[in-house]
Write a protein that binds this ligand. Structure first.
Ligand code: UDX
Length: 446
């Protein structure tokens, strides 16, 4: 099995490190955040990800997963170095490669033998080649024997979803390896031995193609969601039911049923950032991706539209003034505490701008909400559960489809709410059952 250093213990790094160790590899997870590494050594997992604690505990106990802040030693004692640091969006929409560059250079300064450097972070097409350049430059600076050290760069994009990251990593739809040498390809087969030997499609290609696969996949999914969101908006106007439309469309094998659920707009750490970055690459190369550009705009519009929808539902322009709105769900999707680019941010801010007060509950994301929604903190009260949020509110808005919001005691909801307004922006209820309880029910596209 392979000996691997994973640099960066964020979402992708920690999940990859732990799961690669679970596959039987020896993994050293590295981060420059001392507190994080100290916590991990004590078995404290810094992110909310179902099942991850078990994998970490199991592999640490088996002696195949260790944590350190010492990047140089981790590189020297392993054969493969995964770069899994963040690539946040820069102001112009391009991915900020500062951390990737830093780590690539640090790896080069530490390397003492042939090393495979793997890009795991989602990075613009052309980054692997830049990483090669940075490493070559640093090795050159070291001079002497170091200048002749050989290495390979591999692009190995990750497709895991937050909330089901462990399952996704260990049971992926495909593994993508972009590499330029047979030696690197062989080592990567060893790294992914557990998957390579089963039926998981294993796609070997060149560096640029591997990088493009990740962006094209995420952008396509963002387009798909946005398409159904726009169809939903039109359904509302013409009296059609988008759920039936999506169901029927999804039965067509060429279309597929997944990612056809309309809602308040997509969010999260990947889609908004990757669509921006891909659009940017298209513009830079003079091949604009007009569908992706439009998707980005339409998704912004979708979030704004939700604010408008609530205002209209409550009686028209101005109706939010002085109202208290119960917000159920703040995370960008269920089973995560992550609020990055969550539609809840735009929607909560929009409601407050129009004069509403909010009572909000989320099973995991309140801590993050406290700083992400800093600008409206005087207009928002966080509660201990969903029913407390409803107490004395004029309307209920479901923003994230956590399981515990799918099964609300509607009689109790009705008795707690001051007025019978029920905005189901994730389409988790049936109109009939809600209306029967005397609510004014508003969903998306039906
Ligand atoms: C995503 C991709 O799925 C994954 O392959 C990629 O590598 C990283 O980005 P993730 O960000 O964890 O994963 O979230 P995902 O479950 O895909 O949801 C993305 C967003 O789209 C969420 O805000 C979700 O609510 C929204 N969504 C998804 C919809 O609005 N409708 C859908 O039908 C599906």
């Amino acid at each position: 099995m392979a000996k691997i250093a994973v640099i960066g213990t964020g979402y992708v790094g920690l999940v990859s490190g732990a799961c690669l160790a679970d596959f039987g590899n020896h993994v050293t997870c590295v981060d420059n955040n001392t507190e994080k590494i100290e916590a991990l050594k004590k078995g404290i997992i810094p992110i909310f990800e179902p099942g991850l604690d078990d994998v970490v505990a199991r592999t640490v106990k088996a002696g195949r997963l260790v944590f350190t802040t010492d990047l140089a030693s981790a590189v020297q004692h392993n054969d493969v170095a995964f770069i899994a640091v963040g690539t946040p969006p820069a102001d112009d929409g391009s991915a900020d490669l500062r951390y990737v560059e830093q780590v690539a250079r640090e790896i080069a300064r530490a390397m003492n033998k042939y090393t495979v450097v793997v890009d795991k972070s989602t990075v613009p097409v052309g980054t692997a080649r830049k990483v090669m350049g940075w490493i070559t430059e640093e090795l050159g600076k070291r001079g002497g024997d170091a200048a002749h050290l050989s290495f390979d760069v591999v692009s190995n994009p990750e497709f895991l979803r937050e909330g089901s990251a462990v399952q996704d990593f260990t049971h992926p739809d495909r593994v993508v390896i972009g590499a330029e040498s047979e030696r690197a390809r062989e080592i990567m087969k060893d790294v992914y031995r557990a998957l390579y030997l089963n039926e998981t499609p294993y796609i070997e290609t060149n560096l640029e193609t591997a990088e493009m696969i990740k962006y094209a996949s995420n952008a396509f999914l963002a387009v798909k969601i946005t398409f159904i969101n726009e169809v939903a908006n039109l359904c509302e106007k013409v009296g059609a039911n988008v759920q039936d439309v999506a169901k029927a469309m999804g039965r067509d094998g060429r279309i597929g049923a997944k990612f056809l659920h309309p809602g308040p707009g997509y969010g999260g750490s990947c889609f908004p950032k990757d669509t921006q970055a891909m659009a940017r690459i298209g513009r830079d190369y003079g091949e604009p991706l007009s569908l992706v550009e439009t998707t980005i705009m339409a998704n912004e519009r979708q979030k704004q539209r939700m604010v408008h929808k609530i205002e209209m539902g409550l009686g028209g322009p101005g109706s939010l003034k002085g109202k208290t709105i119960a917000i159920l769900g703040l995370a960008f999707k269920p089973n995560t505490d992550d609020m990055r680019e969550s539609p809840a941010i735009t929607i909560c801010e929009g409601l407050v701008q129009r004069g509403a007060q909010l009572r909000a509950f989320d099973p995991a994301a309140i801590k993050e909400a406290q700083w992400r929604l800093e600008s409206i903190k005087n207009s928002i009260v966080y509660t201990n559960d969903e029913y407390e949020a409803l107490q004395g509110s004029d309307a209920l808005v479901i923003l994230t489809e956590w399981n515990q919001f799918r099964n609300l005691d509607l009689d109790r909801v009705r008795s707690l709410l001051r007025a019978p307004y029920f905005f189901d922006l994730r389409n988790v209820y049936k109109r009939k059952e809600v209306e029967e309880k005397g609510f004014m029910y508003v969903a998306v596209g039906k």
